[in-house]
Design a protein around this ligand. Structure first.
Ligand SMILES: NC(=O)c1ccc[n+]([C@@H]2O[C@H](COP(=O)([O-])OP(=O)(O)OC[C@H]3O[C@@H](n4cnc5c(N)ncnc54)[C@H](OP(=O)(O)O)[C@@H]3O)[C@@H](O)[C@H]2O)c1
Length: 309
């Protein structure tokens, strides 16, 4: 098994474990609530509104503002933009990846790289979608979302920066080079997987954007001027079905990229499993926050996936 698959599997299992402990073991939580290791664990899985406000003072030392979220996407736009340009050069102008990149790829993907390994349409499309996703998220962070004084842990911040760097390399590792279609023209490679993946990617991106606009409007109203920084109860659209439609949309975005890969990239599905458990945990914590804070919070709403979770 190559390093990158192992890495995503470990992350997925880590978040699954955290979710299971959190959701199904309230006794474990009560028993260990004063244990410093458990407090650190809680601090690492929570961020923003779900971080407990009465945390011990020493836990605050490694806080950074949640409004720095845009840093992740800025890094991603630059890094994944660079990888996209390098792949286009490789495909269209028969140039090879620079040596430092082939070194990283060989280490992460567990295979030797040579110039015959041209990226296919799937890889180029996923790179393009990942880049456009990052750009949209960057613009939303800067111009749509209204951030309060919420914080994230320094470790979460470093993780977020590294995440989009590794993700870009994973996309290249997910390339199925053995497929003979990889050597045909880009147009001739186009198939149903690319079309259905693209359709799902666009729909999920629209859902995520509209959900983030709804959350921002809880603080601005229709005027666009910020009136409050408190958390309110979102209503309308997919918020009537789930507490966090933007997290559900995130999962759909990653699934759509799996479809663009033709549904056959095991490497990519390990990324999807990480996003599934990571966002499920975040949605569960968010749901609990709403239920505790707002007495009349609609009980029929699921946390993450409509009618399922
Ligand atoms: N792929 C990944 O690993 C990953 C990881 C994390 C996030 N994401 C994605 O990044 C996006 C943002 O995630 P997030 O966790 O930051 O979302 P979030 O906690 O819902 O916050 C989004 C924005 O809405 C505000 N907000 C949240 N709840 C609100 C409420 N009840 N009332 C008023 N304003 C509210 C937040 O402000 P404050 O929090 O400052 O109060 C923030 O400005 C999501 O689409 C998520 O899927 C992806």
């Amino acid at each position: 098994m190559c390093v990158i698959v192992l890495l995503w599997l470990c992350l997925a299992l880590g978040f699954l474990l955290a979710l299971l402990i959190h959701k199904f073991s309230p006794r474990f939580q009560t028993k260990h609530e004063q244990n410093p290791l458990f407090l650190i664990f809680q601090d690492l899985i929570r961020y923003g509104k779900t971080k407990q406000c009465n945390r011990d003072y020493w836990l605050h030392k490694l806080d950074v503002p949640k409004r720095w979220f845009w840093h992740f996407y800025a890094v991603s736009v630059v890094w994944n933009g660079l990888l996209l340009v390098l792949s286009l050069h490789l495909k269209l102008q028969n140039q090879s990846y620079p040596q430092w990149l082939t070194y990283f790829l060989s280490f992460l993907c567990g295979m030797q790289w040579n110039e015959s390994q041209v990226p296919q349409l799937s890889t180029l499309l996923v790179q393009l979608f990942l880049w456009s996703h990052s750009l949209r998220r960057l613009l939303e962070c800067l111009f749509v979302s209204v951030y309060s004084e919420g914080v994230i842990h320094m470790a979460q911040y470093m993780f977020g920066i590294g995440y989009y760097i590794i993700l870009g390399l994973t996309v290249i590792c997910s390339n199925n080079f053995l497929d003979a279609k990889g050597f045909g023209s880009l147009f001739h490679q186009l198939d149903l997987g690319h079309l259905s993946g693209t359709a799902l990617f666009i729909s999920a991106s629209l859902l995520q954007h509209s959900s983030l606009v709804t959350l921002a409007m809880l603080r601005t109203g229709n005027s666009g001027t910020v009136k409050t920084f408190v958390h309110g109860v979102p209503h309308g659209g997919w918020f009537e079905l789930v507490s966090c439609p933007h997290y559900f949309a995130e999962l759909l975005i990653y699934i759509s990229l799996g479809l663009v890969f033709g549904g056959l990239s095991l490497t990519w599905w390990t990324v999807v499993s990480y996003v599934l458990f990571n966002q499920a945990l975040a949605a569960q914590l968010c749901q609990e926050f709403y239920m505790t804070k707002f007495e009349g919070y609609p009980r029929h709403r699921y946390a993450f996936i409509p009618f399922v979770l």
